[in-house]
Design a protein around this ligand. Structure first.
Ligand SMILES: Nc1ncnc2c1ncn2[C@@H]1O[C@H](COP(=O)(O)OP(=O)(O)OP(=O)(O)O)[C@@H](O)[C@H]1O
Ligand SMILES: [Mg+2]
Length: 241
C-alpha cells in the first residue's frame, strides 16, 4: 500500500492556504501532521478524505489516480476532532454503521457484520458496553468507539483529525497507546493531525511539519531532532524527549 499526495494547492477567497504540499504514507505507517493553528492541517486532511477538493495537485493510492474520486469510493476511515457518534444508536450500532450503509455489492451479510462488530468491541475492550448509548459513555470510551467505527469498514487508510483534543491529559496518554495498537493490529496506514508535538513524537513513524501552508520537513522523529531543516522546525521540536 502506498498513498501519495503531490503538490497540493488550495486557496480560500484568494488566500493560498496550501502552497504545494506533498506527502506519502507507506503500508502500516503512522504519519503525523504537526503544525500550528491555521497552518493547513485540516484542509489537507479533508482533501485527502475527499471532503474538499484541491485547486491543483494529485492524489494516488497504489498508483491509481484518486484525485477526483468521491469520498465514499476511497474507502478511507475517518475520525474527526469531536468524534461525533450517532446519538440515537448504541455502541454496537455505531460501530456497524459503515458496514450497513455499504452498497449491496460490497456489504457483508448480517452475520458477518455482527461478527466484525463483536471482534472490534473486543479490540477496544468494551464488549460489555455494546448496548450503551453515546451519552452513557466517558469521553475516552467514546473515542475508542469512534476508532472502532472507522476501522470497521477495513479502511485502506485511516485519517484522524486531533482525535484526542477533547480529552484531558491523562486519558490522552493512555489512549495514544491503544490507538497505535489498534492501527498496528489492523495493519493500516494512518495520518493523524495534531498540534501537540509530544503526541506526534509518541505515535508517528514519520512527522510532516507544517507551517503556513507548506510541509517544511517530513522525516522520522529521530531525524527531526538531529537535523531540523530550519530554525522554525528546531523551535517546534525543542523540549521533546
Ligand atoms: N472553508 C474555509 N473557508 C475559508 N477559509 C478557510 C476554510 N477552511 C480553512 N480556512 C482557512 O485556511 C487556513 C488553514 O486552516 P486549517 O483548518 O486547515 O488549519 P489547521 O492547521 O487545521 O488549524 P487548527 O490547528 O487550528 O485546527 C486558515 O487560515 C483558515 O482560516
Ligand atoms: Mg484543524
Amino acid at each position: 500500500m502506498t498513498f501519495d499526495a503531490t503538490d497540493i494547492h488550495k486557496s480560500y477567497h484568494g488566500t493560498e492556504v496550501l502552497k504545494g504540499v506533498s506527502l506519502s504514507v507507506k503500508a502500516g505507517e503512522f504519519v503525523a501532521l504537526l503544525g500550528p493553528s491555521g497552518s493547513g492541517k485540516t484542509t489537507l486532511l479533508n482533501i485527502i478524505a475527499g471532503l474538499a477538493h484541491a485547486d491543483a495537485g494529485a492524489l494516488s493510492f497504489d498508483g491509481e489516480d484518486i484525485t477526483r474520486q468521491p469520498a465514499g469510493a476511497r474507502h478511507f476511515g475517518m475520525v474527526f476532532q469531536n468524534y461525533a457518534l450517532f446519538r440515537h444508536m448504541n455502541v454496537a450500532q455505531n460501530i456497524g454503521f459503515g458496514l450497513k450503509v455499504m452498497d449491496r455489492r460490497h456489504r457483508p451479510p448480517a452475520a458477518e457484520i455482527r461478527r466484525r462488530v463483536a471482534e472490534l468491541l473486543e479490540m477496544i475492550e468494551l464488549p460489555h458496553l455494546a448496548a450503551r448509548f453515546p451519552a452513557q459513555l466517558s469521553g475516552g470510551q467514546r473515542q475508542r468507539v469512534a476508532m472502532a467505527r472507522a476501522l470497521a469498514i477495513r479502511p485502506r487508510l485511516l485519517l484522524m483529525d486531533e482525535p484526542f483534543s477533547a480529552l484531558d491529559a491523562q486519558v490522552r496518554e493512555s489512549l495514544r497507546d491503544s490507538v497505535r495498537e489498534l492501527q498496528r493490529k489492523a495493519g493500516v496506514g494512518a495520518i493523524m493531525v495534531t498540534h501537540d508535538r509530544a503526541e506526534a513524537w509518541a505515535l508517528a513513524d514519520r512527522i510532516a511539519v507544517m507551517d503556513h501552508g507548506r510541509i517544511v520537513q517530513f522525516d522520522t522523529p529521530h531525524t527531526l531532532r538531529r537535523q531540523p531543516a530550519s530554525e522554525a522546525v528546531r523551535y517546534l521540536v525543542q523540549g521533546v524527549a
